[in-house]
Each structure stands twice: as C-alpha cells, then as structure tokens.
Design a protein around this ligand. Structure first.
Ligand code: SF4
Length: 293
C-alpha cells in the first residue's frame, strides 16, 4: 500500500512530526511538497473556484498523489497547540478534497486537536489501526514524532540587512516560494530582512493582546496581530508586509485590525491568487522599499 502526503497548508509547520511519524511506522510514503505551475493547474481543475490559493495548491498536491498512491493523508485540524481555532476550511478539508477531486481514498481524517496530546494520540491510533499498524509501533512512532517536533525550531529573524520588516501572513504563504513568487529572495535583493511570528514569544504575544476588549480565539489573528504590535513596541522593525490570500475571511479582519492601530507606520498588503502578475508585485515591493528608506 502506498500512502501520499500532500505538502500544502500546515505541512511545513508540522513537517518534523509528520516525517518522523510515518518513517517510524515503516510505511511506503510519497510526499508532494514543492508547489509548481503543474500543481497549481491540477489544483484549479480539482477545487471549487471560490477557494483561496493555498486550498487550490493543496488540492493540486493531492490530485498529483492520487495518480500514484492508494491513499492520501488529509488531516482534519480542529484546534492548534494552545487551543485556538483555525479556519473552518481545515475542519472540512477531507470533504472539500473528496468533493473537488471526486475521490475519497483518504486516511488519517480523524479530528485532530493539537492542544490535547491524549486526544491526538487516540485519533492517530484509530487511523493507524485501519491500515494495519500495531498499537505498539504507532505509540513508539508517536513519541519520536512529538520529540522531533518539540526539538525543531521554526521562524526567521534576519539582522544583516539595511531594513527589517515583520513578514505577516499564513505559514503556507510565507514558506511556499512558488505561492509567494519568491518573496524572501526579492526582499533580500532589496536589502530587506524579515522577522516572522515564530520569533516572537508566546508571552510577548499575550502581552500585546492584553489591551483588546476580548481575547481573540483565532490562531491566525494571534500570530499576526500580536507580533506586529509587539515588534513595533520594541522598535525592532521598520515596516510590515502582510502576504494574504485573496478571499481569505480571517485575513480581511486581521488586516483591518492591524491597520487600525498603525497610524503612519509602513504597511504593505500583498494579496495573492492564481492570477497575480509578477511585474506589478515587484513594483509594489520596490515602492515599499522606498517608503522604508
Ligand atoms: S485561513 Fe484564509 S488562506 Fe488559510 S485556508 Fe482559510 S481562507 Fe484560505
């Protein structure tokens, strides 16, 4: 049996866990990690038109793997590490993908609560049993995967450039160089370094949220709004670039909330979808560098 693992959406964030878990269970696994024009075209053909670019890319990775694999792993993430909520599309991902691709040969679709290790283990055990992995082997793989995930550090904090900005957005837009049209390289060429939300501690994020009437419950809100406020307060950045997916519901609120607090502090919002042209994108980055100067 061959199992396909699509590399889109939160794969990057949980990659150490995923790779260790499947390796240790000694399964025959194929990954599709690097996005490309071919993946995007497949995604457009196999996904509803209204979906955001990251969803289309995820569908593209899955459709590619469906050609060679017996099953694809389509996680249903309900909550993230600290119990925060995530975009509802993640919770309905197995149904979205089977509706889009017309195939439902999926595994590991049990609801996943990253904030509850007991529940997480139970869900993964249930799915592992379905493909004939013993509980003993699964438990050993789970422990190693958790350890590897805990010991891996994420995020960017670049200080060797003339300017420094907070690069906000979802991890699948920040770390997928195809989706963001090589944004990091383009910024470096303009002498702009970046810091990402992973480099801001949980404590600093919570402190930055303390002035709000109500504590937000969206993970993406906390990971974008709070670091922006914390980094401005620490005078660590000269500007903010928010890379956002066209038609993303959560972004539409987060960006307004950030704008509302910024006054004249430089902010550039880059909306991306499958139609985004590179020439206009480059011009906006160059113009923003002038603003930073
Ligand atoms: S949070 Fe936004 S970009 Fe991410 S999957 Fe949901 S709609 Fe798409």
């Amino acid at each position: 049996m061959k199992i396909g693992i699509p590399g889109g959406l939160l794969f990057h964030k949980y990659e150490p866990f995923i790779r260790t878990f499947f390796n240790e269970m000694e399964l025959d696994v194929e990954y599709s990690v690097k996005s490309s024009k071919e993946i995007l075209d497949l995604g457009i053909r196999n996904c509803v038109d209204e979906a955001c670019l990251p969803m289309k890319l995820f569908h593209g990775h899955t459709a590619k793997l469906q050609k060679t694999c017996d099953y694809t792993v389509i996680p249903r993430i309900m909550k993230c590490e600290f119990g925060e909520s995530i975009c509802p599309k993640f919770q309905g991902l197995p149904e979205l993908v089977s509706g889009g691709t017309g195939r439902s040969n999926q595994i590991f679709t049990e609801p996943i609560y990253m904030n509850d290790q007991r529940k997480l283990k139970k869900a993964l055990k249930k799915s592992s049993r379905l493909i004939g992995v013993s509980d003993k082997k699964m438990e050993k793989a789970f422990s190693s995967a958790m350890e590897n995930q805990r010991n891996t550090s994420f995020g960017l904090n670049e200080n060797n450039y003339r300017h420094k900005i907070f690069l906000a957005g979802h991890p699948y837009n920040i770390y997928d160089s195809f989706a963001n049209m090589n944004l990091l390289q383009k910024l470096h060429n303009l002498d702009v370094g970046v810091i990402t939300e992973e480099s801001v501690s949980r404590y600093e994020k919570m402190e930055a949220l303390s002035g709000l009437i109500k504590r937000p419950y969206w993970l993406f809100f906390i990971n974008n709004f709070a670091p922006a406020m914390a980094l401005i307060k620490k005078k660590e950045i000269n500007g903010i670039i928010y890379i956002s997916s066209f038609c993303c519901g959560t972004d539409s609120i987060i960006i307004e909330m950030i704008k509302n607090r910024l006054g004249s502090f430089p902010l550039l919002v880059l909306k991306i979808d499958e139609q985004t042209g590179e020439a206009g994108y480059n011009t906006r980055l160059e113009a923003f560098r002038e603003v930073l100067k």
